[in-house]
Design a protein around this ligand. Structure first.
Ligand SMILES: [Zn+2]
Length: 341
């Protein structure tokens, strides 16, 4: 017996409504497990810029790892590089502390700000090899949420992740974590133990610095403070040192901070084994840092969001409870209906 899609949807909705009453009351009882997050550092301009620079560097380094090791990729290089960068940030942090959330809000906030600019100024580049900025916003949010959905329900609502995507974020996170373990086992000096804690499995050769930074001089005086700031950034220095301790690369890679750019951008250039980061991209991060807090405030108050879909509150309880039980019961229910007479 066949059943068409619209009927399946109706059945699903009915099923969800059946459960929502009990689950909502259970959710209230489990509020002690949820994490309440109040952005503290994400609104700090320096923290915002450094978080986005960290993500950008890890994204471009992921391109280098994939290309130099000739690693097969399904689903596209750009999404793979985004996923590796975000997973590295999640899994090398020390638990779900505010620093991690602040970093993720800075990064997803940058995507949201860029998206709002994109829809104002340009025809949207649907043809582009990168996902749209708004898709990258949801991808970041989904992976962080998927790492601990039962604890992060409150944050899911605050970052506007619709339930249709949120439903499977735990699976997305688990798959990404498996891929990261495989990458670590094959192309790094570290791995993850049974509790997913990072440990050093081999000693990194002391003098072997595979990733180096070069600052290309510029006559544009506007960029001088940016160069001074980059050169003195302890977080950038830590990131590069850590990358050298972790990453095995068959050839050295140089990160060039430079001016020869047609716009604020960063890219991996395989012809020179180089990662190019434009000073103008850092300048864009600095400008967007000022926009994050007003944006969060505005989106929190807007009743109608043309490009964000808010799911009715009453279904959100589904996410905070035992999803495997719900899934199994749903599959059983569907089987009974489909197999029945
Ligand atoms: Zn890329």
């Amino acid at each position: 017996m066949k059943i068409e899609v619209s009927k399946r949807l109706l059945l699903l909705m009915g099923f969800m409504m059946m459960f929502s009453g009990t689950l909502l009351s259970m959710e209230q009882g489990s509020q002690g497990n949820s994490i309440t997050y109040r952005p503290s550092s994400a609104y700090d301009p320096r923290f915002f810029v450094e978080s986005n620079l960290e993500f950008t560097l890890l994204h471009e380094l992921s391109h280098a790892v994939i290309e130099l090791n000739d690693i097969p990729v399904l689903g596209g290089n750009e999404r793979a590089a985004d996923q590796i960068a975000i997973m590295l940030m999640i899994m090398t942090s020390h638990g779900f502390d505010e620093t991690l959330f602040d970093k993720m809000l800075s990064i997803s906030g940058e995507w949201m700000i860029e998206w709002r600019e994109d829809i104002k100024r340009h025809p949207l580049a649907f043809w582009d090899v990168h996902p749209l900025a708004i898709q990258r916003f949801y991808d970041v949010t989904c992976l962080v949420y998927g790492a601990a959905p039962d604890k992060l329900e409150k944050i899911r609502k605050e970052t506007w992740l619709p339930i249709e995507r949120a439903w499977e974020c735990d699976k997305e996170y688990t798959k990404n974590r498996q891929a990261l373990l495989w990458l670590a086992d094959n192309y790094s000096y570290v791995s993850f133990d049974r509790n997913w804690q990072l440990f050093q499995k081999e000693q990194h050769p002391p003098a072997d610095e595979v990733v180096k930074i070069q600052f290309i001089p510029t006559s544009n005086v506007a960029y001088e403070p940016i160069i001074d700031w980059l050169m003195s950034s302890q977080r950038l220095k830590y990131l590069i040192d850590r990358t050298n301790q972790i990453l095995k690369l068959p050839e050295p890679v140089t990160i060039y901070f430079e001016t020869q750019c047609s716009g604020p951008d960063a890219w991996w250039n395989p012809a020179i084994n180089g990662i190019v980061i434009c000073y103008s991209l850092i300048e864009q991060f600095q400008n967007n840092a000022q926009k994050l807090q007003p944006l969060v405030k505005r989106l929190s108050n807007e009743s109608e969001l043309p490009f964000l879909f808010l799911f009715p509150e009453k279904y959100s309880g589904l996410l905070a409870q035992d999803r495997e039980t719900i899934r199994r019961e749903f599959i059983q229910l569907m089987d009974d209906i489909l197999v029945g007479d």
